[in-house]
Design a binder for this molecule. Structure first.
Ligand SMILES: *Cc1c(COP(=O)(O)O)cnc(C)c1O
Length: 393
């Protein structure tokens, strides 16, 4: 038996079978390069689904996290700690927003945003104005409430009753949104580039109009940047590309760099909605996770973000000349590759594993979310593997 077969057997014996896994067990990695337990090398274009912003085992991040681990690893939110304050300060200074609540995941961040929107409305208008509008084809998480928020019917099964108070509108159709305003709506929640939904960027004019509608009706404008945030698109947050100012931004994935961490960032309108006892989570603002976040945020200066854009352009140009590729959606290092009808995205990913590259899918597209620190050598090697895979399909 190979090392892989032993690991796969043990996983199947003891770990709940909720994940469809690829046939690879990864032992170790550095930046965008990793190795399986049988010594095979891979270039990682997935970042652990957008989490490893600085790749595998970045030295600065490890130092920040381990220094904090050997000083104070956790004490709870009953006491003041330093790293979460530092992370919150940077987030506020760099977004112009006002306050940060720390959570542990994307779904939990979105739960916090939904609770905040409902309380904002309750405090100001009383009961009966609790509906949150989201987009068809969106993805907001796997808790019972964020599944409700997710505008895809495939997610609305088995687990009834789901949380009430959500309605879905088609993306890029401002009239449909306006028509859904029946007096019970308190918020609109959108991803600017739908990630799991297939790397679908929203139109700029539409997003601007959504913001206008939110201002007009005093709705809370929530932008889910769990996948698009923290430098992924070549700006610190994707809302910068769109020229809007959300009332709440939710973050997770890339802010953790490999540790579980999420944030709900509140703007002027929402910063005072939660008061003592309204919201909490035991692990929230964990010192080690937030010390890592401080390091990540400090690394993502303008020149780093410009590099993200350049690497994205470099990759796009090369990918466009590959077989079966008809187009590429997304921004920066968030890419959704459109393929012709003769190949399936899942088959490309499987073939690419054989050739030594780890890719993702998003519906019918091949999705790439490489570490933001990926080198040009790693890009070239990963693209060569991807091209070899496409050539054989
Ligand atoms: C991944 C994702 C989530 C869910 O994040 P978890 O950390 O898995 O709970 C929510 N929204 C978006 C846009 C995501 O990409």
């Amino acid at each position: 038996m190979s090392n892989f077969d032993i690991i796969k057997d043990a996983d199947e014996s003891y770990v709940a079978g909720t994940y469809g896994r690829f046939p690879v067990a990864v032992e170790k990695g550095k930046n965008a390069t990793c190795y399986d337990f049988d010594g095979k090398k891979y270039i990682d274009f997935s970042s652990g689904i957008g989490v490893n912003s600085l790749g595998f085992c970045d030295e600065g991040w490890i130092e920040a996290v381990t220094a904090q681990l050997s000083t104070l690893q956790h004490i709870s939110n009953l006491y003041y700690t330093k790293p979460c304050i530092d992370a919150a300060k940077i987030l506020c200074e760099r977004t112009g927003m006002k306050k940060v609540f720390f959570s542990n995941s994307g779904a939990e961040s979105n739960e916090g945003a939904i609770k905040c929107a409902r309380k904002y409305s309750y405090d100001k208008y009383g009961a009966g104005r609790e509906k949150v509008l989201t987009l068809l084809n969106s993805f907001h998480g796997r808790t019972v409430t964020t599944l409700s928020a997710t505008g895809q019917d495939v997610f609305h099964k088995y687990f009834h009753p789901f949380t009430e108070g959500f309605d879905y509108v088609p993306a890029n159709d401002i009239e449909a949104l306006r028509q859904s305003l029946d007096g019970t709506v308190c918020a609109v929640m959108i991803e600017l580039i739908q990630g799991e939904g297939g790397v679908m960027p929203l139109d700029k004019e539409y997003v601007k109009e959504v913001e206008n509608v939110c201002r007009e009706y005093d709705l809370v404008f929530i932008v889910d940047e769990v996948q698009t945030g923290v430098g992924r698109t070549g700006e610190l947050f994707a809302f910068r590309h769109y020229g809007v100012n959300p009332d709440i931004v939710t973050i997770a994935k890339g802010i953790g760099g490999g540790l579980p961490l999420g944030c709900v960032v509140f703007g002027e309108k929402t910063e005072k909605v939660f008061s003592k006892g309204d919201h909490a989570t035991t692990f929230g603002g964990n010192p080690a996770a937030t010390a890592g976040a401080v390091h990540i945020l400090n690394r993502l200066d303008r020149s780093f973000l410009d590099d993200v854009k350049e690497k994205g352009e470099y990759m796009r140009e090369k990918i466009m000349s590959m077989p079966h590729v008809v187009g590429i959606d997304g921004l920066g290092l968030m890419m959704g590759i459109r393929l012709d009808d003769t190949v399936k995205s899942a088959d490309v990913v499987k073939k690419a594993i054989e050739k030594g590259a780890l890719l993702l899918t998003a519906k019918s597209k091949v999705r790439l979310l490489p570490p933001l620190t990926i080198t040009y050598e790693e890009i070239d090697a990963g693209l060569a593997s991807m091209e070899a895979a496409l050539n054989e399909l």
